[in-house]
Design a binder for this molecule. Sequence first.
Ligand code: GLC
Length: 744
Amino acid sequence: MRLTLKSNLLLGISCLLGYTGLAQDYEAQVEALMAKMTLEEKIGQTVMYSGEWDQTGPYVGTDNMKYIREGHMGAMLNAFTVEGTRDLQKAAVEESRLGIPLLFGYDVIHGHRTIFPINLGLAASWDLKLIEDTSRIAAEEASAEGIHWTFAPMVDISRDPRWGRISEGPGEDVFLGSEIGKAYVKGFQGDDLSKFNTILACAKHFVAYGAAQAGRDYHTTNMSEGELRNVYLPPFKATIDAGVETFMSAFNELNGVPTSGNKFTLRDILQDEWGYNGFVVSDYTSINEMIPHGYAADGKDAARIGMNAGVDMDMMGSVYRLYLKELIEEGKVDQAIVEDACRRILLAKFKLGLFEDPYRYIDQDREDTTKYKPEFLAKAREAAASSSVLLQNKNSALPLSKNAKSVAFIGPLVKDHYDIIGNWAAKGDRKGKAVSVFEGISEYLKADQILYAKGCEILKDDESGFEEAIEISKQADAIVLVMGEGHHMSGEAASRTNIRIPGIQPKLIKKIREANPDKNITLVLMNGRPLNLSNEVDLVDAILEIWFPGTMGGAGTADVLFGAYNPSGKLTVTFPRNVGQVPIYYNMKNTGRPIPETNPKEDYKSNYIDAPNSPLFVFGHGLSYTSFEYSDFKLSSDKLTFNEALKASVTITNTGDMDGYEIAQLYVHDVVGSVTRPVKELKGFEKVFLKKGESKTVSFTISAEDLKFYNSEMIYGVEPGTFEIAIEPSSDFKFTNSFELVND
Ligand code: GLC
């Protein structure tokens, strides 16, 4: 029951207090409220603590109700549902002096109750509309449970599969990462934040967190300003272009300065250069962590640095609550800076309509009737299928036949309901709500067609299940192995030095191949990072990468395995041959001694002596059950001036016997620059559906604006010269066309 009586009463009070609910009045209303607030109450808005409904960092016990009633807390994380937020909000609104409502935030990263594939999986769909739809659904479910704000999208570019949090991001490419970041912001925030089913988004982790040394989480990042501006900043700028209302500063230091105390990134770039007027929340105690970083002497010093640098809200650290008043009195922090932080936070609350009706997100009927709607689950099933990537398919092992006499399903993840929804799965159910692969395939095969053995665990060394697994593999027409990582093996604080399939799973794969030398074997992978599959590619026929596919993962996967959905996903991260190649990504620099194609063995070239330079699977790679032919590449001109646009087009034909999607990718290469340029750069993509035999022309427009980069003087511009250009199915190609960019 909505709190109608209460909210109508409040509506009356809010109008009396001048809360008109009109966007044009927000700023004036913020000022009017600020004028009534004490310094302690303004500081209170910069304080955030955790509820007990989840734990997403080291436990810090706090007396939440006390701080709320005193007006010494402005926001909470990990508190949701009507039951979990009503009393807290009531205490803020009806028991504190000014009744300023709380902001409730939670990590709704790839779904709240209905869980979608992990973000690295959703990225592999290259489907911006799908990504927007999934985040819109996530906002529907989250806002129905009292959540006003999600700590997403994570837009950290990463090129290191050792880093567990590569699973949460868009992958290795700047352009794609930027487009994906925008799609999430649009989905979460919708077109009107004052609606009760829209929530604040949060671009995180600002900045360069994905460049952690040695792929170890929270580790140091060091890079040139050029690398920062050309690779790690653009996806954050893109979220601002999409209207993102909040940012989260990161844990890592950048070039010696922790990013939660980094004035250069937070004020000089974010506020001054980009004109950002949202607010910045720290990561979980990341302000305090400047002490172990060796950048702050103590909590008070950390508070001084964080606030002066531009972190507006202290998540879980207590240092703003404890020290800001003193710092202001001592002249170490300017009161105006704290007031600016408070202003930004209050403005966000006005935009959400919380002053008009602080209980608008607290509605038991809506909470009870929103989660798991059939259309949400249908979208989750589509997302699982669309995010899967067919890495190899020798002997056309896939799709499977529904008429097979028997198919053996083997592996620790065949019947899994627990890991399948991945890390950062908010309130996703791990006890059985998710559709396992086994349940999914049971829609296609009868019980007597299915053989099953777990074979082994993900990590344990116990081989006692091998015999049964090998035995049933020998009885079956075809074999499907469902293996990979546990969901806890990626995500936060989950970096790995060994990126192979964990445990004794590889050993079981080998034994099953030895027992079935000529049978079709498919490996279905659940994992949160690129894996080193160098041993498996020759042992199995097909490899289907399904990431952690979410609540409907088993159903979506079965749709792909049996051909109801023709796989269309393509990698947004490179799969290395081994961890020694890392960092490895598609558009590294050419070096002065590239390996000559004509003589790959030539001495004194930039190569390894024990492995090729090339990865196992490249960025943009993904197979289909059909085949596509690219032909008739055209450029509207071989010259481009600074104020014109060039059109590049290609014809794509579905030459196979199955309808399907193809993701065409536009790449350019700036051959000579005042700084060296990547060997190729993604500058466009289009996911196009082609019936069997059908042809379509795909075209892209390129302008000088698309070719800009930061040079050694940090000037963002473009330089005349030769640009190679191509439209291809993946990043594995040689350019054969070019144009000249000329001054007018
Ligand atoms: C965690 C994560 C961050 C998350 C925050 C709140 O430490 O780094 O991504 O949003 O704390 O849970």
